[in-house]
Design a binder for this molecule. Structure first.
Ligand code: C5P
Length: 237
């Protein structure tokens, strides 16, 4: 597989074409952003840590029968993925109240959510990823009702797999965001799963071990990501 031109540079990853029209290279950079890119910082080792972390999680999800775009690690900071036609809708599941939910509804941080909640957001930086619903997604053609149903089923299936995986490492999966796309007509999990896009707390102390450390200026961001990885068996060597 030959890496070709850069197609797109996001806030933390860049996407490159390959000589195969069905595959892309994802390059995980050290860049870290918060508040819609208002705060940007480069954190040493982040690209490598998130690349390895994501590879490990995608492998676990694939083993559990969840289709993902991940095809393999290429280097410390690069992975080979299937080229998806992305659906511009972010799916968020929450097991415990935190972040946007606490702000929006005034509920107490840390409250267990039974059953877990499911929310949809439009992927649109200029509009700050507004919350949407199935009706809006259908009307504006962002996703079909069938696609939305499938995305919801897969997002909850991910919850079952990952809640258990993190629990075995003494961690609470508080919430997470997933993005999906189409590959040859099939709904496939895209983007990444890393502590950049989820919340993880130590189960005993409720210490935050995810990107909230960056958002809230708590320090030790990458050390926390590595700690989480070590606890669930990610190989960072
Ligand atoms: O900010 P909020 O509480 O709505 O985020 C819910 C979850 O989705 C968090 O784990 C957050 O890291 C993730 N998220 C994300 N990218 C976004 C919005 C949310 O990774 N654009």
């Amino acid at each position: 597989m030959e890496k070709r031109q850069e197609l797109y540079a996001g806030k933390a990853k860049s996407v490159f074409a390959t000589d195969d029209p069905d595959h892309l290279v994802l390059h995980f950079r050290d860049d870290t952003s918060a508040f819609d890119g208002e705060r940007m910082e480069s954190l040493a080792r982040k690209g490598t840590v998130n690349n390895r972390f994501n590879a490990f999680i995608m492998g676990k999800l694939q083993e559990a029968g969840i289709p993902t775009h991940f095809d393999g690690l290429l280097s410390d900071t690069e992975s080979l993925v299937k080229k998806l036609e992305m659906i511009p809708v972010e799916c968020v599941v929450r097991n415990i109240a935190a972040g946007g939910l606490v702000k929006r509804l005034g509920v107490e941080e840390g409250r267990e959510l039974t059953p877990p909640t499911f929310e949809l957001f439009l992927k649109n930086d200029a509009l700050h990823d507004p919350m949407i619903n199935e009706s809006l997604a259908e009307t504006f053609g962002w996703a079909t009702p069938d696609q939305l149903r499938e995305m919801k089923v897969l997002t909850f299936k991910v919850n079952e797999v990952l809640k258990t995986l993190f629990a075995e490492g003494g961690l609470l999966l508080v919430d997470y965001k997933l993005e999906f796309g189409l590959f040859k007509g099939e709904i496939v999990l895209g983007d990444e799963f890393s502590p950049d896009g989820c919340r993880l707390w130590d189960a005993a102390t409720r210490e935050k071990l995810d990107k909230d450390r960056f958002r809230q200026g708590l320090g030790g961001v990458i050390e926390a990501y590595e700690e989480v990885g070590r606890r669930i068996g990610v190989d960072f060597s």
